[in-house]
Design a protein around this ligand. Structure first.
Ligand code: DQQ
Length: 495
């Protein structure tokens, strides 16, 4: 009976999508090359995997309207991470353990076992004890239609972990064993808990993989743990860690003890709109990550989710990034090379000296574009380099490279009549000869990468099409730009 209920709930959602998708598609704020749902609300990337020759993206999804609510799992597949085919929803709330009216089927991951695609997700229910979260399994033979495991839930919160703070299982396989890391809170401090199994349904608690002593908050959402070279990386989205919203730790992991000895920490993104990234492997061995391009109401500087709900949708994913490790153990997050396939109208300028007078740069239509250049710091004596993006109609986003105060800021206070805030990061220029800058602009977002893709700002901007100028200028001297490349970027949603 309950299997039928999930099918019914999926069909009901599908009808809703089919009724609205053609209208939503015409929304003026829709992205051109970032991943979005067809209608309604999208948040975390879930279950990302390359399976049977295609990339599968699942996602936290409310198909009914542009706000978070009763969570389903949406599903889409792609050959190139840019053009997507939407499939039927993978999961809908249907069971006593996952039918919380302000919850449903929360985030999780996927893995192949015995030729089936397994999903592991957090079920939320009221259960008369408040907001209870447990870990559950669903599986599929064809990678499209899923069935929930009849023995669900397979893991409940361990003693000392409140049942309302136990979520987001991320599974991986090492040799013949499956491991899983899950976010939790104990004594008001965040933890990543490690579990293992050999059959995906009987799970054994191993230990605490890593924990906050307060500096990284009281709860880690969407933890992810994976090897990179001979090191391991733990990523998580901390609640209660001030302005830090996506942290990574790198270090050594020992399977015989389950201990993660980390030595390096950093931030994946410093912008307002990057959260809950999940990793997966590309068939060529790249470790890729995708984040949700938005923020929660409990975050510092949060204003709202933007005006896209008026068009019947909300939410997109940030660009897929390849994770690379530098020699010193810090990580770089590089937009995937697949993006080069949608470049159009390329332009190159070998060198450009920028002074106080405004110089106009051309890149695509000034809305959906890519802009890449280097700043020759040896030849630069200015105190600041300023880039104005999505400028027009009296509005703009101001990106300031402040060499004097070693700070990078992205100011969207006067960018679209809606968004607010200035995102900030430390700009490491000491002893550097060159600073690389790479910008991706889409209809409603800006992603700015610098310092070998270690200093990244993702911010949503709901600017109109009359905001399409790109200006640069310098304060207190000159700035020498070299190897300027610019491109328009194709609309991946046009068939
Ligand atoms: N979003 C999901 C939770 C997760 C949070 C709910 C992070 O599973 O902790 O939609 O954005």
């Amino acid at each position: 009976m309950s299997r039928e209920l999930m099918i019914q709930n999926i069909e009901k959602a599908q009808k809703e999508i089919d009724t609205k998708k053609d209208i939503v598609k015409t929304g003026k704020m829709r992205q051109h090359y970032h991943f979005m749902a067809q209608t309604g609300w999208l948040n975390d990337p879930n279950g990302l995997i390359f399976y049977k020759g295609k990339y599968h993206f699942f996602f936290q999804y409310n198909p009914y309207y542009g706000f978070w609510d009763y969570m389903h799992w949406g599903h889409a597949v792609s050959d190139d991470l840019l053009h997507w085919e939407y499939l039927p929803l993978a999961l809908a709330p249907s069971e006593a353990y996952d039918d919380h009216m302000r919850g449903g089927c929360f985030s999780g991951s996927s893995i192949v076992y015995e030729d089936k695609l397994f999903l592991m997700y957090t079920a939320t229910t009221n259960a008369g004890k408040g907001f209870e979260q447990t870990q559950c399994i669903a599986y599929s033979d064809d990678g499209i239609h899923f069935e929930k495991y009849e023995g669900n839930p397979v893991i409940t919160a361990p003693e000392g972990v409140p049942a309302c703070q136990f979520r987001d299982p991320k599974v991986w396989k090492h040799e013949d064993t499956f491991y899983m890391v899950c976010g939790a809170s104990r004594d008001n401090k965040a933890q990543a808990l490690l579990y293992k199994t050999t059959d995906m349904v009987h799970w054994e608690y191993v230990n605490v993989l890593a924990e906050s002593r307060g500096e990284w908050g009281y709860m880690w959402e969407c933890p992810d743990f994976y090897p990179l070279g001979d090191q391991y990386v733990l990523m998580f989205s901390p609640m209660g860690a001030g302005e830090r919203t996506v942290v990574y730790l790198t270090g050594d992991f020992d399977y015989s003890t389950g201990k993660f000895d980390y030595h390096t920490s950093g931030e994946i993104d410093w912008g307002f709109d990057y959260y809950a990234p999940q990793s997966f492997m590309a068939p060529d061995g790249r470790r890729l990550i995708v984040g949700w391009a938005n923020a929660w109401d409990w975050m510092p500087f949060w204003k709202d989710w933007g005006p896209a709900y008026k068009e019947g949708w909300c939410g997109s994913f940030n660009l897929t990034r390849e994770v690379r490790m530098s020699d010193n153990g810090t990580l770089q997050f590089v937009p995937v090379k697949e993006l080069e396939r949608i470049r159009t109208n390329g332009k190159n300028i070998k060198a450009l000296t920028v002074a106080q007078t405004v110089t106009n740069l051309a890149a695509g239509d000034g809305i959906s574009f890519e802009l890449k250049f280097s700043i020759n710091l040896d030849e630069t004596d200015a105190k600041q380099f300023v880039m104005e993006l999505r400028k027009g109609a009296g509005k703009k986003v101001i990106c300031t490279f402040d060499f004097e105060h070693t700070q990078l800021t992205v100011d969207r206070n006067n960018s679209d009549g809606w968004s607010k805030g200035i995102s900030r990061s430390v700009l490491a220029v000491h002893n550097k000869k060159v600073l690389d800058v790479h910008v991706f602009s889409d209809q409603s977002s800006l992603e700015i990468f610098t310092d070998c893709y270690q200093n990244n700002h993702s911010n949503n901007v709901f600017a109109g099409n009359d905001q399409n100028e790109i200006n640069v200028y310098a304060y207190g001297g000159k700035v020498c730009l070299t190897d300027i490349e610019s491109y328009g970027l194709e609309d991946c949603y046009q068939k």
